[in-house]
Design a protein around this ligand. Sequence first.
Ligand code: SF4
Length: 237
Amino acid sequence: MAERSTIEWTTSTWNPMTGCTRISEGCHHCYAERLARRLKGINPKYANAFKPTLHRNGLEEPLSWKRPRRVFVCSMGDLFHEDVPDDFVKDVFDVMRRARPHVFQVLTKRSERLLDLTKKMELTENVWVGVTVESEQHLDRIKDLTRVSAPVKFLSCEPLLSKIDNLPLDGIDWVIVGGESGVGCRPMEAEWVRSIRNVCVSRGVPFFFKQWGGVNRKAAGRLLDGRQWDEMPDKKK
Ligand code: SF4
């Protein structure tokens, strides 16, 4: 079954693989890692906790969903982790291609492998592909993303950890920004968010402000300059 999601920019999650290893500073307080460790011993799917694990029995689930939905793929891991075999990644993309009523949102920090593997695939119009850019140090991921032949390419600047001046938006269709939440979270300054919002507005790129984050995520809310920013790409479902 797809799981309904409380993530503001999607409606459901689908995890044909789970688990990951940390790759950059954005991973420091990885929510998926914390949750997987909690679920070990409770949910058999997480028997390996956060070790990358394939769930072949869930691979064809999207083909049975009746109502169209927007689905965050591998919210509990990174599909492009080096331990996930090429053929399995291809199988996941094949299912997405066949499950056309649904929109799939694939997000990774492993942009080089994303580019490498998708070169050999047909990416259909219902597959959105994005990379995480938590600081200026990772702008190279955007270069890789823009070379992928996906109909919608998006950036997730979450957790935003520094100001990013002049975020490069050529070939980018959507930008999400969010702060880190939970105990020990690193603060995000309003000026960093406005800087990205302003460049999106000036370039006509849809901007989605997910949350301020902080220790009390709900209390901090998601208003920026008095309004919610919930823009989505035109090709949304
Ligand atoms: S890449 Fe994503 S899933 Fe993997 S450790 Fe980092 S934040 Fe967690």
